[in-house]
Design a protein around this ligand. Sequence first.
Ligand SMILES: Cc1cc2nc3c(=O)[nH]c(=O)nc-3n(C[C@H](O)[C@H](O)[C@H](O)COP(=O)(O)OP(=O)(O)OC[C@H]3O[C@@H](n4cnc5c(N)ncnc54)[C@H](O)[C@@H]3O)c2cc1C
Length: 404
Amino acid sequence: MDLYSGLPYWIAKNPMENYFNPLLTDITTDIVIIGTGITGSLVAHELCNAGISCIMVDRQSISSGSSIASTALLQYEIDTPLTELIEKIGEKNAAMAYAACSKSVDDIENVFKSIDYNPDFERVPSVFYASNRKGADLIEKEYAIRKKLDLPVKLLNKKELEEKYGIKARCALENNSSAQMDPYAGATHLINYHMEKHQLQVYTHTMVERCEEIPSGYLLVTNRSNIIQCKYVIIAAGFAAGRFLPEKVIQQTSLTATYAIISQPLDPKYLWHNRSLIWETNNPYLYIRTSNNRIIVGGENIEFKDPVLRDKLLRQKVNRLEKKFRKLYPNIPFVTEMAWCGTFSTSKNEFPFIGNQPGKERMFFALGYGGNGIIFSMIAAQIIKNKLLGISDEREKLFVKEVE
Ligand SMILES: Cc1cc2nc3c(=O)[nH]c(=O)nc-3n(C[C@H](O)[C@H](O)[C@H](O)COP(=O)(O)OP(=O)(O)OC[C@H]3O[C@@H](n4cnc5c(N)ncnc54)[C@H](O)[C@@H]3O)c2cc1C
């Protein structure tokens, strides 16, 4: 199943990775990571940094799954509003989840600083505006609870929102704790960095078809019938992870197709205050960011049924995204240069699936569900590293699902 179609901007912006190294023999190793997307690359980074060398396997070219299509807005707000999350898991846990996501933005920044590489990581404000009256009520409730829980947040009224960002809406939440990046540059650079340091081996164009448990770990069987014998396996296979997942987890997840367009470069005078991230209370929501002097607009999410239907809708979805953007910013001369669509997994409460199943201590899942999956990729990488090192991590209570 293809993970995206159209032309994701990151493929045009970056040279495409040509690394080609299929596995052609049987091998024995300690740790295997299945998947070289942003999640697998962050897991590999955390492990290599802790002195744990590992092997990555991908059925395609490096990082050419959902990560190459991602718009990569990095925000502490998960898709479930805090007020709603509190109803589901209680105030203490919901506050902890939001705080963990906020820290994750800093941690992603620090990962790239530590290898002295900047994948166009930029700190930008985030503006979450009320799409309608109901949205304004939500904004007010969210403001009150975020303030109470000491999360970074500011309430902008109608006048302030229009003066500062040129957006005509009842109100908005603003914070300065968000960021954006180039996810393809980030993931590929991390992998190349650790390969060059001989801490990491990568086998591409090698599909893991089966994963058999043995007393000392796992036997992974590839599409060429080669066997990888390992002590631990980490599943960072994104939304194609279904074949490795327990039935109960599959039942709690669904797939979402999302659409994105990028404009031709614009005169910077047209871009709004601090080139903030912009999104709204409507569900599905419109999401907007910039890259250089271009504007990226995403949204129009639908339940993913099959790639043919998803792709058939691309032209129609492009028109709708353009229309919505022009309604928000009628004076910005937005002309679409490229368009694409991609798929990601969603869980019922937008939470990731990180960690082990009971009795399967040697298999780890690193699956960051929802519209801000990259935030969870970082958290998964740290939790798994800590588990392997025997370090307790309080986020385990929230994100490590033990499925019977
Ligand atoms: C259009 C779009 C916009 C998005 N916007 C945002 C956003 O603004 N902010 C945000 O945080 N998130 C966003 N997301 C979600 C985010 O991109 C994903 O959560 C993230 O990219 C997932 O990364 P991953 O590494 O887990 O998965 P992937 O990038 O899909 O990588 C998984 C890899 O595993 C490999 N693989 C799968 N099965 C096997 C197998 N059996 N054997 C070998 N290899 C295998 C695949 O080939 C793939 O390379 C968006 C997603 C899309 C599609």
